[in-house]
Design a protein around this ligand. Structure first.
Ligand code: SF4
Length: 299
């Protein structure tokens, strides 16, 4: 309780806001001014009237906020909270692929580092990936880094999708057999799957949704039971918001170790000591900003 009060005091003193991803632990979400998915938080970072943004998420998210808000100080409470999928593709690899597929448009999932964002034509999130691909004039699309999201997009467009080989270790690990078993035990339950999951798991879905899409869907649905295939933080949030509904983990708890590196204590220390500031070289930021803004304009 004391720590939460101290955080609120520091937020006022520093003219700071805390933005937290849906996968953050409950007590971090409780001190956040806004909680959302990566698209919502990227948009919000531009609207908040604050000098300092503390980004409780993984590094590429804080970096995206910094690219969009070069005049604001953006802090990440744990500098090694990174997305392993984002680190699976480098700018050098994108440049090589550009030579191999000169006629293709390059679409990067928001889960990429700034120098990769700077090399592609446009960014997307899991919520708008199909819309982004459909907005492009090219028929061939190199989609990176997530092979599973690329597969999901390919099922929903006539364009040729050339996937990269990246994946999210949290979503990749869900076992289709366990989900089938759970569905037998709970035949009324609707299966909601994040598109980062393996195609075999996606094939079992009643709905394929981003994290915020899942929140909205459960809120509006008259169904009472859901098997929710994504990171456990979102399931915990759903259980808090809808105690009357049954939210089932899909045979195992999917935990993103990097998202969980951020604690109430590290948010407090971040505000107190103004650490760790996120910086992006201006030349990289300028080109990455173009790709991000192109996405924001169409979604
Ligand atoms: S859940 Fe997966 S995609 Fe999201 S930050 Fe963690 S590793 Fe990256």
């Amino acid at each position: 309780m004391e720590l939460k009060k101290e955080i609120e005091k520091l937020k006022r003193e520093r003219n700071a806001v805390v933005l937290a991803h849906n996968y953050q632990i409950q007590e971090v979400q409780e001190v956040a001014d806004f909680v959302g998915d990566s698209l919502e938080l990227a948009r919000l970072s531009q609207k908040v009237n604050a000098k300092v943004i503390v980004f409780a998420g993984v590094y590429f998210m804080a970096e995206t906020a910094k690219i969009l808000n070069p005049e604001k100080t953006v802090l990440i409470p744990e500098k090694d909270a990174r997305c392993p999928m984002a680190d699976m593709v480098t700018a050098e690899e994108v440049r090589k692929l550009r030579k191999r597929y000169p006629d293709a448009a390059f679409v990067a999932y928001v889960n990429t580092n700034a120098d990769v964002k700077a090399e592609v034509d446009i960014i997307c999130t899991s919520a708008n990936a199909v819309k982004v691909v459909e907005s492009l004039p090219q028929k061939r699309i190199v989609f990176l880094p997530d092979k599973n999201l690329a597969h999901w997009v390919s099922l929903n467009t006539d364009k040729e999708i050339i996937p990269f080989y990246g994946y999210c270790y949290v979503h990749q690990d869900f076992d289709p057999e366990k989900i089938k078993q759970l569905k037998k035990e709970h035949p009324q339950a609707l299966v909601l799957v994040h598109p980062e999951a393996d195609p075999e798991v996606v094939a079992l879905a009643d709905q394929v949704l981003s994290t915020s899409g899942m929140l909205r869907y459960v809120e509006k649905s008259s169904a009472e039971e859901f098997i929710v295939v994504t990171e456990e933080g979102l399931l915990e949030m759903l259980r808090r918001k809808h105690p009357e509904k049954k939210i089932l983990s899909p045979g195992m708890k999917g935990i993103c170790r990097d998202m969980k590196k951020i604690s109430l204590n590290s948010v407090y220390t971040s505000l107190k000591e103004m650490r760790y500031p996120v910086e992006v070289p201006e030349e990289v930021a300028r080109r990455a900003r173009k790709s991000i803004k192109r996405m924001l304009e169409i979604s």
